[in-house]
Ligand binder design. Structure first.
Ligand SMILES: CC(C)(COP(=O)(O)OP(=O)(O)OC[C@H]1O[C@@H](n2cnc3c(N)ncnc32)[C@H](O)[C@@H]1OP(=O)(O)O)[C@@H](O)C(=O)NCCC(=O)NCCSC(=O)/C=C/CCCCCCCCCCCCC(=O)O
Length: 720
């Protein structure tokens, strides 16, 4: 709703009231329309202030209502009525004015913001554009280049930047509504024509306007990797720059109509709510986020200063935590100190703040962690070494300190068993580079306490991560699913594909790099080491029938064979592609690799066939999705939202496709099932292609929408 009152004798005050973010749902819009009418009709009222309750102006249109049929007064005419009003309208912006919230403020004649407020048009992140006049008013107010930046990126600006850009007229450190009322009294009776942004022309740009838009469009198309909203945003701003306001609004509406009903908008809006849903974690044993208070964390230690440890230490210091970093090898310690300082300085420069160098301290002695509240171990993936470190930590640390491991696949429970308090052990699986990547898998073992889990989840949140609670199993969620995908990529090469064909299908789908390019970038030796430890990559088994079978199932030794030849990817100058020199970055197809694949197929009696991009996608993605269903069935992830956040924020899954489980729901579960059955019939020696029973049961129960899977899974489990 919106509440109306008259204050200071002649100011009409309209307060948006809809917790938690005063979103502009139907009831709020109705409240604004009614209040506006009252204010405009009351002769005692000479100006109007619009504000929001609870220190928040407005979080924009109500995203939850997007799927519903429209009810209540529409937003655009409401904002037009505000702008056309014959009494000065002042927006009092506290907290944030985002999306439709900022568009509402742009319809007002003046805007006063609190110094801590944030403003922005983030619709593009929801697969939309600012279609309540924002794409037409903002360029008229602040100019085309600045408006393009805000609208295409969706970034939020501070009140100070908003003032500098000319979005707000005044910034206050005091009570915003009081300041706005004072301001409203001061402008009462002033002419308003010059304050109606829709009547402005866009300020002229320096240089050629067409050339500017062409350049921007080129960049946006390249960066968008198939996302349609950023492109539509550019088109809408171009309309603002080249058409009269009314025609620009028509164009804005046309573009929005296409976006509004698109699968991409549905995926991005699903992802918005999924990110919030994963913070309300629960475990199969009944532990829950709202019943588990996190322990306070004041000081943290990181053990091991390789690539991961350095990134984790930087992320912690940037989040304001004092960090003790321990590295026993002196040479590595010296190098790491320099690298960490550089990373902190670079990050600070980018963000325009001081580098938090004072948060970091270093030691080569594990005793230095004696007073910390939480430790993150980040040494090599070696169970023996990690066990030893956990024994030491258990002896050295405070008895109530949380002991976390950054392992990407090892058994967290085995590490817990090395300590006095196994309930205080959890996994904190960061993704490289740890100070950049948003994802954190928080792994609870069978003995981890709800409080330990809550503490790690909260720490992740404070570090700006999307933290997802997952159960303990080999590879947890992300890497467990990835295994099925990687395996298919190798098999496709055996059957006739090239790395270029596989990668281009995946890149066309929206991944920034296909599997083989990623593998060259991160180093083929990484996977080789894991396969050797798992007993898969065996020396000397490169011929004969057993060369392509391991542990009773089909296996492709292709990656191992490249490693045996010293082809580790970019670092050695060749891998699945050729890079010209060690450390080269530009992948070019490699004729040697093509002949190698031909010889390999001939040697193993494999007859190559034509493989189309559709098969690449279905084999790689459906195998991965099938493993996702197994993970849900096993209770390792609480719901599809958890898996989808992991893939979007940790594995480069295109955001506008929602995540693998959302994608499966979009494709249709019966189709995913049918294709998996088809491929399993063709490859009965590949268990990953055998449809999982949960997928079958969901299809049998009518393929509920992805938002209902959690419920459906619970019901299916209770029927067993
Ligand atoms: C920064 C935030 C606002 C707050 O962050 P924080 O404090 O951390 O809190 P959160 O946990 O994120 O959020 C708290 C809860 O609030 C819920 N929430 C937040 N924002 C919204 C919202 N806008 N709507 C609904 N609910 C919201 C959130 O989910 C949390 O609840 P829960 O935990 O999930 O239960 C941060 O929340 C944030 O960033 N919010 C999003 C801000 C945003 O993106 N705003 C833009 C929204 S889109 C918009 O405004 C669009 C405007 C244009 C409308 C155009 C209308 C014209 C239509 C023309 C249509 C033409 C189609 C024709 C079709 C045809 O022809 O048929």
């Amino acid at each position: 709703m919106a509440q109306y009152s008259r204050i200071s004798g002649s100011v009409g005050l309209i307060t948006l009231k809809s917790l938690p973010v005063n979103a502009l749902g139907a009831v709020v819009r109705q409240g604004i329309v009614d209040s506006l009418k009252t204010a405009l009709q009351d002769p005692k009222v000479t100006s109007v202030v619009i504000c929001g309750q609870n220190g928040v102006f407005c979080g924009g249109a109500d995203i939850k209502e997007f799927g519903d049929s429209e009810s209540g007064p529409p937003l655009i005419p409401m904002i037009h009525a505000i702008e056309a009003g014959n009494k000065p309208m002042v927006a009092a912006i506290e907290g944030f004015a985002l999306g439709g919230g900022l568009e509402l403020a742009l319809g007002c004649h003046y805007r006063i913001a609190h110094s801590k407020a944030r403003l922005g048009l983030p619709e593009v992140t929801l697969g939309l554009l600012p279609a309540a006049g924002g794409s037409q008013r903002l360029p008229r107010l602040i100019g085309v280049p600045a408006a393009l930046d805000l609208i295409i990126t969706g970034r939020h600006v501070t009140a100070a930047e908003a003032l500098q850009l000319g979005i707000v007229d005044q910034v206050t450190d005091h009570h915003t509504v009081d300041a706005a009322v004072k301001f409203a009294l001061s402008v009462a009776g002033r002419p308003l024509d010059a304050r109606r942004i829709s009547s402005y022309s866009c300020p002229p740009v320096s240089g050629d306007l067409d050339a500017l838009f062409e350049e921007v469009m080129r960049k946006v198309r390249r960066g968008a990797r198939g996302a349609i909203a950023p492109v539509a945003c550019v088109q809408a701003v171009r309309a603002a720059a080249t058409l009269p306001y009314a025609r620009g609004m028509e164009r804005e509406r046309e573009l929005m109509a296409t976006l509004f009903t698109s699968g991409q908008a549905r995926a991005l809006q699903y992802s918005f709510f999924a990110q919030r849903a994963v913070s309300r974690w629960s475990t199969p044993s009944g532990a829950r986020w709202d019943a588990s208070a996190p322990k306070p964390v004041r000081k943290v230690a990181v053990i091991g200063l390789g690539t991961m440890g350095r990134g984790i230490a930087v992320a912690l210091a940037q989040a304001g935590f004092p960090v003790v970093s321990v590295e026993t090898q002196e040479k590595q310690l010296t190098e790491a100190k320099r690298a960490v300082s550089q990373m902190l300085e670079r990050g600070a420069k980018r963000r325009g703040v001081a580098a938090p160098l004072d948060k970091m301290s270093y030691s080569s002695n594990i005793q230095a962690v004696a007073d910390v509240d939480l430790v993150i171990e980040a040494v090599f993936e070696d169970m023996g070494l990690k066990k030893k470190i956990f024994q030491q930590l258990s002896a050295v640390c405070k008895p109530d300190a949380l002991l976390c491991t950054n392992t990407s696949s090892l058994d967290v429970d085995q590490l817990a068993s090395q300590t006095r308090n196994p309930e205080l052990v959890v996994g904190m699986h960061f993704f490289a580079p740890a100070h950049v990547m948003k994802l954190l898998e928080v792994v609870y073992g069978p003995r981890s306490s709800p409080q330990a889990l809550a503490t790690a989840m909260q720490l992740g949140k404070k570090m700006g991560k999307v933290s997802v609670a997952v159960g303990n199993c080999p590879g947890f969620v992300g890497n467990r699913m990835l295994k099925a995908y990687v395996e298919q990529a190798f098999f496709l090469l055996e059957e006739g594909a090239t790395p270029e064909l596989v990668d281009s299908a995946l890149e066309e789908f929206g991944f920034s790099m296909g599997f083989f390019k990623v593998s060259d970038l991160s180093g083929l030796d990484v996977g080789w080491k894991v396969r050797k430890e798992d007993g898969l990559a065996l020396p000397g088994v490169s011929t004969g029938p057993s060369a392509r079978i391991r542990q009773g199932r089909r296996y492709s030794p292709l990656g191992d064979l490249l490693c045996q030849r010293g082809r580790f990817g970019q670092k050695t100058g060749s891998g699945w592609y050729q890079y010209g020199k060690p450390g080269g970055r530009v992948a070019t197809p490699d004729p040697w690799l093509h002949s190698f694949l031909e010889e390999y197929r001939a040697q193993h009696g494999l007859v190559p066939r034509r493989i189309d991009p559709q098969e690449v996608l279905e084999r790689c993605l459906y195998a991965l999705i099938n493993e996702g269903f197994r993970i849900l069935e096993d209770g390792i992830a609480a719901g599809p939202e958890d898996i989808d956040c992991i893939y979007v924020f940790g594995y480069g899954w295109p955001h506008y496709r929602g995540g693998p489980m959302f994608y499966a729901a979009m494709v249709g579960l019966p189709k995913v099932l049918e294709r998996l059955e088809h491929y399993y019939r063709a490859h009965p020696d590949v268990p990953d292609l055998q449809p999982c029973s949960l997928l079958r049961r969901l299809v049998a129960s009518g393929s509920p929408p992805v938002q209902k899977w959690k419920e459906a899974i619970k019901k299916l489990h209770s029927q067993l």
